[in-house]
Design a protein around this ligand. Structure first.
Ligand code: GAP
Length: 512
């Protein structure tokens, strides 16, 4: 299966098994808005719990808050979002389709990268074991030409974005002969800026004075509560404030399922520090966040850092943690050194003093901030796309299994009486009643045991517990493991400890 096919299978699987549904589906859906079903919301909650605990429980100097989506409109002027939270858009005059100019150029670069990968595969086939990929990429004339082209286009694009030079962005599209994927023509409009914030009205009177925005990031709710938290929590710098919540962006290019949505959820942490220490903290948080990801066991090789060519309006250093999604390495999380841009501007716009008195040095200063910001939905997509696999078994049958890291799995244990009679369901119910206080369990007595195992594999349940006639004699059950499909007999009273050591969040946290 190609990665593209795998992605289509994933989207269909998510719908079929209650992970993710298109929003408003009976009304034909709403672009780039998705609902989480019974499995998806459990998975999402587990991810959020892992993040929240790693931030606020493992770090005694980080506390969590929950601020509102609606905020005073001046906040978005102070933060720079009214003036600068824009994407450069371009229309194709024939298809009338709208694109992000930078995304068109990035796709062009990705195609060159793809061409190089194909050359490498040809080389590998030709030279066999003696093949040296790095040398090949540096010397093969086609690869060298593509590398130079990619480098040149990347630099031109970064310069154009940094200088806000929309004419140059269009010129790159023309020079690279990029055509519209729908019409196939190169009949492009000028590039224009498009603000990504959703606006609405507060109160009953229409008009500009009442215009408020749905927050495009949760971070500002943290900045405007900085003084409240610092004072009431008697926090000493360095300290952090964490928050999980919804954010909204009117994305021009909304595609790739839940990768880019118009309504999504963020997990953000602002770490307040002394000016001048930001690059040290930036390095520490890069390491910390990478460790959080790798700890899930989805393969260190599936993550990489990507430093930003174009810094956001608030940052003096920024990097992404990229994940190897089915459509390539893409941003999963951002880590930004935001200087005192936000607190400084809120001080200016609100007229309120936002300063920290450092008891050690006796100085007053506006704290600097290092931020970590990850999209919950992107994390869900990373987990699901890594987990889904189709396996051919020894007997030639296939099974679809979601190898979700056990502590994140929506259902931890399935309790399955072998047959619906002979007192087995009653014992199964007793086991459910024993386990349900600690683990999310599912009871299932319908269909053959094989079919029930497959259903649990498809939603990623790490343990199936089968109650059979021997259980009535020996007080033991068969535990079947999702990934290996191996089975073992376990005493009923030993079940909680066995399950606990695989699925409990504390197990993950201890490894950090
Ligand atoms: N406060 C900084 C900030 O919002 P960002 O890089 O724009 O930075 C942070 O967003 C993270 O939020 C991204 O790494 C991504 O995981 C997630 N994110 C951003 N836009 C998104 C969208 N339209 N749909 C889903 N997730 C999104």
């Amino acid at each position: 299966m190609t990665q593209e096919e795998l992605f289509k299978v994933l989207v269909a699987h998510c719908k079929e098994y209650g992970f993710i549904f298109p929003s408003s589906e009976i009304y034909d859906g709403l672009g780039a808005v998705y609902d989480y079903g019974q499995m998806g919301s459990e998975l999402k909650n587990n991810i959020k719990n892992y993040w929240w605990a790693a931030m606020t429980r493992l770090n005694t100097n980080i506390v969590g808050i929950d601020s509102c989506i609606f905020m005073h409109p001046r906040i978005w002027e102070a933060s720079g979002h009214v003036g600068a939270f824009n994407d450069p858009l371009i229309d194709n005059k024939d298809s009338k389709k709208r694109y992000r100019a930078d995304v068109l150029i990035e796709d062009y670069i990705a195609k060159l990268e793809e061409k190089n990968n194909k050359e490498v595969e040809k080389g590998r086939r030709k030279f066999g074991e003696s093949f040296d990929e790095e040398k090949f990429r540096q010397t093969n004339p086609n690869c060298v030409r593509n590398n130079e082209k990619m480098e040149q286009v990347r630099k031109r694009m970064a310069d154009a974005l940094n200088a806000n030079d929309l004419k140059e962005l269009r010129q790159i599209i023309i020079d690279c002969e990029i055509s519209c994927p729908i019409s196939g023509t190169k009949n492009w409009t000028d590039v224009r800026q498009f603000n990504l914030m959703f606006a609405t009205q507060m109160g009953s009177v229409d008009g500009e004075a009442n215009t408020i925005y749905l927050r495009p990031e949760t971070a500002q709710g943290i900045f405007v509560n900085y003084l409240n938290v610092q004072k009431t929590g008697r926090m000493k710098i360095p300290f952090g404030i964490a928050q999980i919540g919804k954010a909204f962006r009117n994305e021009i290019v909304a595609r790739q399922f839940i990768f880019r949505m118009r309504e999504f959820e963020q997990m953000e942490m602002q770490f307040f520090i002394k000016p001048g220490t930001e690059l040290d903290w930036f390095a520490k948080w890069k390491e910390n966040r990478m460790a959080w990801h790798v700890n899930l066991g989805m393969g260190a090789e599936n993550y990489r850092f990507h430093d930003h060519d174009k810094l956001a309006h608030y940052a003096n250093a920024a990097t992404d943690i990229e994940f190897n999604f089915p459509f390539g390495f893409k941003e999963l999380e951002g880590i930004h050194s935001r200087t005192d841009f936000d607190l400084g501007n809120h001080q200016k716009f609100s007229g309120k003093k936002i300063q920290y008195f450092d008891p050690e040095s006796g100085e007053n200063y506006t704290p600097y901030v290092v931020e970590t910001s990850i999209g919950v939905d992107r994390m869900v997509l990373a987990v699901l796309s890594h987990a889904l696999r189709e396996e051919t078994l020894e007997n030639g049958e296939t099974r679809v299994v979601m190898a979700i890291p056990a502590p994140l799995a929506p259902v931890k244990v399935a309790v399955l009486p072998l047959v619906k009679k002979d007192g087995l369901p009653e014992v199964a119910q007793k086991i459910m009643n024993m386990l349900k206080f600690d683990f999310n369990c599912q009871y299932d007595e319908k269909d053959s045991i094989g079919k029930r195992y497959r259903r649990q594999d498809a939603i990623g349940t790490p343990f199936c517990v089968t109650i059979d006639h021997d259980t009535l004699e020996d007080g033991a059950v068969t535990v079947r493991y999702r990934d290996t499909m191996t089975q073992e007999r376990v005493k009923i009273e030993d079940l909680p400890a066995l399950i606990h050591k695989e699925v409990d969040l504390s197990v993950l946290l201890r490894n950090l």
